[in-house]
Design a protein around this ligand. Structure first.
Ligand SMILES: Cc1cc2nc3c(=O)[nH]c(=O)nc-3n(C[C@H](O)[C@H](O)[C@H](O)COP(=O)(O)OP(=O)(O)OC[C@H]3O[C@@H](n4cnc5c(N)ncnc54)[C@H](O)[C@@H]3O)c2cc1C
Ligand code: FES
Ligand code: FES
Length: 1292
């Protein structure tokens, strides 16, 4: 689509996992004369497969140049587009839904969005915007006001709307694009004929009859049959598998036929999973329930396979034939006695049983055999069929373990006549628990039989401790839990919850504020509409320039090794490859210096550089998997990637790579300085306390997973070594300087431009600059424009993540709950280079008090140097790790004392005029107000009582509650970073162009700056434009980070606007009734400059680590968050039932933006603390390199009720218009979900007599939560002896 300049469709992962590339595919079916529409992931759609189909991209839906579509408008105006990179995909998913169902139900919307990830918004505003299309649209649930009028808790008058639905364009299905008539005509008239497409290396053949298909397959047994391409596509793309011939059977009608028989239904193997699901749902009401047990189990499971986009194309036959061990369908099909009809020499019927699946990815069928259809039988009276699955995320996630179970009782008897149990995820194939079935069959279904069955099952399905996929204990316990659930299912159906009831509440603007003044009002993100229409231009959307080249990186596959050879000859011989860039090509500095450490741009620089001193240190090495070694430049992306794959690197492994913080500490492998801070006398205080408790807490890292991967384009201007760098970076100046240093040219020859960033979260500062340097070197060397856009997997491998942390603590406290002393040690896993790790450690230590006044407090922090990819800044910059360890310590104190955790928190919270452990004075008044209001709004006491009752009544489900506070320091402790500049031009027609040093990455900074300029100049925001951030308009910018963008840049814009306003004052005096335009024109004629710079010299902050005192923050943002979860103790599955957040953000400049930041950060925090797991192999390779393996929160993770309140009557003298920074603080509030899970686990443990503190590391995944519950099933699993095996994954 890039070649036809349709760049609205975005590329976020390439593997069907993120939905950014969603398009609508439409087909005309001549047999029924109907048109069908379905959403699909463009990244997996083979172009040849689309012959005769119409594809609608976001450009076809609507645009600002013609007419925007209601879906685009509503997502934008409901504030559902922040960075906007996910917006076109969201629009297309909902647009397709509306084409099929103009008045959808809420469930339809959440299903449609199952496969669309957003890393910014927290989903609530997207759902709110789309909700307005629902049938229940007249109810206030649909109006964006938040809470529903039906629940009787709040009245509409009490709430203020985030958007006005009366403004919305109506949805008029008659206005939609029609299916191209020429395609209908062709489908009606063109005789079917075999289609053949030939490419550079592959041929694609699409036959029209079964006979032809059979012959083709017989002649080419190794050629795959491609239908949905959801298996073959990723194999070709990511594993480099080449299929010279592909057979596409999508026009062979026999594969799509559905036939009903008295015994069941034959479904064509080519039918998509969505079609199978719809068929089953259509059949269900037509038959008595007893006949449709298999249908129901299958349709329930089908709804959970992948996302809707995947199910719309993935075929039933494909799912069976790829014989994936984690297939969700195969266990149900096998348990349900299904069979397949197979054709080659003749037709045969083959049962789908344990003999069908022979090994990983292999079935009993021969390569030339084709599955024509699948038989799904009716069930008999007395038969019960069920399906179970447990996945890292509830939706759009491959399962950890999945199962299908069928039991048959003869009438009036509890004796089991027949039973089949199949599991997926328990070995290389779908497996049958045959011995377990034998142990049950002919026996009555009772406790005694089942107790014996659990033991047999445990012996039957054994996994070695180092089994691929890890989670061995959890997987084994899930097999037992599923069988137990099957047992319970007969007695009681488990309750399902699916409705999202969100709500957000605003602070009010002062009554005397002018109507035209936009400050404090929920103004829509200024680019939201262009983002929703796909017109917004991101780095990779910039049109190709003449002769442009693409750069692909070659990275180390070893964690710690000498490079013994680098052979690029084969790569250079490949078509399209122009050059290979190595360290020796870097004309300027080959290293980047930080904190006294050097980070090489390309690893061979180390070879070269250190070669000279090899006699001294003899250390020519790479130090992590993923370290950049060289880069291939070629004429296209595909050629560059092929070239990169052809580069050969020789390694000689070096001993003892260090991966964990324990290993690093043992070897004293640290990045200095290590820090310590202390107030009071900790050692003395421990002697006087009633209790001393010690514990430790391990927190995993977090991948940024910005939707737009690292992207840059460097264009040589052609004279005087001048370059234009278009980079998706949070720090244009940092990138400009780094490029200049790498090229050995002055900074004035490099201009860095940032239009917008598709999400950043701290991950587009340091690493981006390094990547931009390499791209710039390539542009310099080839004298061509060079573009580099990382694939999702590369990005995750190379660019680092949030620092994992091991926290150790010793706490001394009194019987009444007062904490008198705490000694805390933090070890962060910094990875192989220093990056910003020492600053992360600083910030960790500055937040070890959070909201609590602990009189004797000591913190020590170290950045451990390991052989993992270097970690970097991430929203919160260490604070989410720091406070988490502290809050866990408080929880332990509560458990030791047997008191509720919220009481311990209250007892220890700062009171009255307070001083932090580094001597900063502040008032905790607003902290308390947030806390108290949060308790009140959430009805904490009543909910606690209700949860206790629920827990008494339910054995396997438990409810847990938690409330946590946050005190978050705003601004940079490095004082020089607290400055900003702006440049404001007023043109003769009165239009205003604002430039400032901050970057727009979804947080709405440009919108807020527009509001500031609007207020200061007294003109509507529509007259103000912000084009981009660039280093030639505003130089020496600071990174947009530390939640300080609005504070700093707002002041600078205000300063520039005030200068202009004052210059215009004499003219205004002369003509007070004149218009803005007339004043501007008069000023020009009067030779008054209509351009002004603005500057803000922020507060002089500092931290003196020797004295352990300072003023590192300008002020604090406060908040509190309540969460309630319901936990399934058998599987660890949880659901956040309700969340209430009260946040003190002063007087918000734009409440909708700020609520968006709060919700988005909360959900990112929920991901950090309960869902997202980075997994490394024992040799240091990151396993989790895409959305299939790494799960960020999706729509299904939004709390069922989600309320955000802005604390009223809060003022802040330290920031613009009394507002407060909010980008980072609420991320920590996601921990309320963690602590609510922990509370639920504690309730489960207490039933087994287990009381007191217990370990639960973060993230509290279903695996960890389930094992921590210590149910009788998990207790049955024998623990493997550490050291007796090599674990599948490292515990970093
Ligand atoms: C992002 C993503 C998420 C997913 N999530 C899940 C999930 O949660 N649960 C789950 O179970 N699966 C999941 N899948 C797997 C998906 O269901 C399968 O990839 C899909 O069903 C395969 O069908 P296809 O038509 O796309 O196969 P293709 O990729 O087109 O073909 C796959 C293979 O099947 C063979 N084949 C296809 N049809 C026939 C036939 N009629 N006769 C003989 N051989 C045939 C082909 O030769 C080829 O080798 C997911 C996949 C993706 C990409
Ligand atoms: S780019 Fe296609 S699903 Fe992510
Ligand atoms: S707005 Fe959804 S990813 Fe940024």
């Amino acid at each position: 689509m890039t070649s036809v300049r349709l760049t609205g469709t975005k590329y976020g992962c390439g593997g069907g996992g993120c939905g950014a590339c969603t398009v609508m595919v439409s087909h005309y079916r001549p047999a029924t004369k109907t048109i069908t529409h379905y959403s699909a992931n463009a990244c997996l759609l083979p172009l040849c497969q689309l012959h005769g189909a119409a594809v609608t991209t976001v450009e076809g839906v609507g645009s600002t140049r013609t007419r925007i579509h209601p879906v685009q408008e509503r997502i934008a105006k409901a504030h559902g587009s922040q960075c906007g990179f996910c917006s076109p995909g969201m629009v297309m998913s909902v647009y397709t839904l509306l084409r099929n169902r103009p008045q959808p139900a809420m469930d339809d919307i959440t299903h449609a969005l199952q496969g669309n990830l957003c890393r910014c918004t927290g989903y609530r505003p997207i759902i709110d915007g789309c909700r307005t299309f629902c049938q229940e649209a007249d109810c206030c649930q649909a109006n964006g006001a938040g809470d529903c009028c039906l629940n009787g808790e709040e009245t509409l008058e009490e709430t203020q709307h985030l958007f006005d639905k009366r403004e919305f364009l109506p949805l008029d299905p008659t206005q939609e694009l029609i299916f191209p008539p020429e395609l209908i005509l062709r489908a009606e008239t063109a005789p079917p004929q075999t289609l053949t497409f030939r490419g550079e290396r592959m041929m694609w053949v699409s036959p029209t009859s079964l006979e032809e298909l059979v012959q083709l397959k017989a002649r080419n047994p190794e050629a795959p049959l491609v239908i949905g391409n959801t298996n073959i596509g990723p194999d070709i793309k990511f594993k480099g598998i080449l299929h010279p011939l592909i057979i596409s059977p999508t026009r062979v009608l026999d594969l799509f036929e559905v036939t009903q028989t008295p015994h069941g239904v034959w479904v064509g193997a080519g039918c998509s999973l969505t079609e199978v699901c719809s068929l089953l749902e259509k059949l269900l009401p037509q038959f008595p329930e007893e006949k449709t047990e298999v249908f129901r189990a299958l349709s329930q499971q089908l709804g959970k396979v992948g996302s809707l986009q995947i199910r719309n194309v993935a075929s039933l036959g494909g799912n069976i034939m790829i014989a994936y061990p984690n297939s969700d369908l195969n266990p149900v099909l096998a348990a349900g006695n299904c069979k397949v009809s197979v054709i080659s020499n003749g037709k045969v019927i083959v049962p789908l049983n344990q003999d069908f699946f022979v090994s990983f990815g292999k079935t009993i069928l021969k390569p030339e055999e084709i599955v024509v259809s699948v038989f799904i039988p009716f069930s008999r009276k007395g038969e019960l069929v069920r399906a179970y699955r447990q996945a890292p995320r509830k939706e759009s996630s491959f399962c950890t373990v999945t199962s299908g179970m069928r039991v048959f009782f003869s009438q009036g008897s509890s004796v089991v006549q027949d039973l089949s149990i199949y599991y997926g995820g328990m070995g290389p194939t779908t497996v049958s628990a045959t011995q377990t079935c034998t142990a049950i069959v002919t026996r009555p279904w009772d406790d005694e039989t089942l107790q014996r069955a659990y033991d047999v099952l445990l012996d039957e399905l054994v996994l070695p401790p180092s089994a691929p996929g890890g989670k061995v204990e959890f997987r084994r316990s899930l097999t037992l839990s599923f069988l137990f659930k099957f047992n319970l299912e007969v007695l009681q159906k488990l309750r399902e919850m699916t409705v999202v009831v969100p709500g957000s509440f605003l602070s009010h603007v002062p009554k005397d504020q002018r109507d035209q003044d936009p400050v404090g009002r929920p103004i829509m993100h200024r680019s939201a509409i262009s983002q929703a229409t796909g017109e917004a231009v991101y780095c990779d959307d910039i049109p190709r320039t003449d002769g442009e080249l693409f750069l692909a990186l070659v990275t180390s596959s070893r964690a710690h090794a000498k490079i013994t050879g680098l052979d690029v000859s084969q790569a250079l011989r490949l078509p399209g490859v122009v050059d290979v860039i190595t360290a020796k090509d870097v004309p300027g500095q080959k290293v980047r210096k930080m904190f006294g450490y050097e980070e090489v741009l390309l690893a061979e620089a180390e070879v070269q550089r250190e070669f000279l001193i090899t006699v001294l240190i003899n250390n020519i090495s790479v130090s992590c998997v993923g370290q950049m070694i060289c880069a291939v430049v070629a004429d296209t992306r595909a050629h560059a990637k092929r070239g990169a794959a052809a580069v050969k690197i020789g390694y000689e492994d070096l001993p003892e790579p260090l991966f964990t913080v324990e290993e690093a500490s043992e070897k004293s492998s640290f990045f200095e300085p290590r820090r310590m801070i202390e107030k009071g006398n900790v050692a003395e205080a421990f002697k006087t306390v009633d209790h001393v408790h010690q514990g430790e807490f391990r927190m995993g890292g977090q991948e940024h997973f910005y939707m737009e991967t690292q992207s840059m384009l460097v264009v040589p201007v052609g004279e005087e070594t001048e370059f234009n760098a278009y980079v998706s970076t949070q720090w244009p100046t940092g990138t400009q300087d780094a490029i200049a240093e790498a090229l050995g040219i002055p900074s004035n020859r490099v201009t860095c431009h940032v239009k917008r960033i598709g999400g950043a979260f701290g991950g587009k500062v340091v690493k981006t600059a390094t990547l931009a340097c390499i791209t710039a070197v390539a542009a310099w060397k080839t004298n061509c424009a060079v573009r580099c856009v990382l694939e999702r997997g590369e990005d995750m491998l190379i660019s680092g993540a949030r620092h994992p942390v091991l926290g150790k603590y010793k706490v001394g406290f009194m019987n009444d709950g007062r904490i008198m002393a705490a000694d805390m040690q933090y070890y962060t896993n910094a990875g192989n280079t220093v990056d910003e790790s020492p600053l992360v450690v600083d910030k960790i230590l500055l937040h070890i008090d959070n909201a609590y006044n602990i009189p004797n407090l000591r913190g020590r922090g170290a950045a451990c140097r390991t052989n993992l990819p270097s970690n970097t800044a991430f929203r919160g910059f260490g604070v989410p790790q720091s406070i988490m360890v502290l809050e866990n310590m408080l929880n332990d104190v509560a458990m030791v004392l047997g008191r509720p955790a919220d009481q311990i928190r209250e007892i220890n919270m700062y009171q009255g005029p307070s001083v932090t452990h580094y001597g900063l004075e502040f008032s905790p008044e607003n902290l308390w107000r947030c806390w108290d209001q949060c308790k009140e709004k959430s009805d904490y006491a009543a909910r606690r009582r209700a949860a206790d009752r629920f827990n008494q009544d339910n054995c396997w489900k438990k409810r847990g509650l938690a409330i946590v506070p946050i005190k978050y320091g705003i601004a940079f402790a490095e004082s020089f970073l607290n400055q900003a500049a702006a440049l404001v031009h007023v043109y003769k027609d009165g239009s205003v162009l604002v430039s400032h040093g901050g970057t727009e990455m979804g947080q709405g900074l440009h919108t807020k700056m527009q509001q500031v300029a609007s207020r200061e100049l007294g003109i509507p925001p529509s007259k103000i434009y912000i084009s981009e951030t660039s280093t030639n308009t505003v130089p020496n910018t600071c990174p947009s980070a530390a939640s300080y963008g609005t504070d700093a840049n707002g002041m600078a814009v205000r300063n520039a606007c005030q200068t202009l306003y004052q210059r215009l004052e004499p003219i205004r005096q002369k003509n007070p009734k004149g218009s803005w335009e007339s004043w501007v024109k008069a000023a020009f004629l009067d030779k008054i400059s209509l351009s002004a710079t603005g500057f803000y010299r922020g507060p002089d902050l500092y931290m003196d680590w020797d004295k352990m005192a300072g003023r590192p923050y300008a002020y604090f943002t406060f908040g509190a968050c309540f969460c309630e979860v319901e936990l399934d103790c058998l599987t660890g599955d949880y659901r956040a039932v309700r969340t209430d957040i009260v946040m003190d953000i002063g007087r918000s400049v734009n409440p909708s933006m700020d609520i968006g930041q709060i919700e988005g950060a909360f959900l990112q925090g929920l991901g950090l603390y309960t869902l997202e797991e980075l997994k490394f192999s024992p040799s240091g390779l990151l396993y989790t390199r895409g959305p299939s393996q790494y799960k960020i929160p999706a729509v299904c993770d939004v709390p069922l009720r989600f309320n955000v309140y802005l604390l009223p009557d809060s003022h802040n003298p330290h920031a613009i218009y009394s507002s407060k920074g909010i980008g980072e603080p609420s991320l920590f509030l996601g921990s309320s979900v963690f602590f609510a899970i922990k509370d639920a686990v504690a309730a489960a443990r207490s039933e087994s007599g287990l009381v007191g503190p217990f370990p639960l590391d973060s993230p509290a995944t279903p695996e960890r939560a389930c094992l921590a519950c210590a149910s009788p099933f998990t207790q049955k699993i024998p623990a493997s002896t550490p050291g007796s095996f090599k674990p599948w994954a490292l515990n970093i």
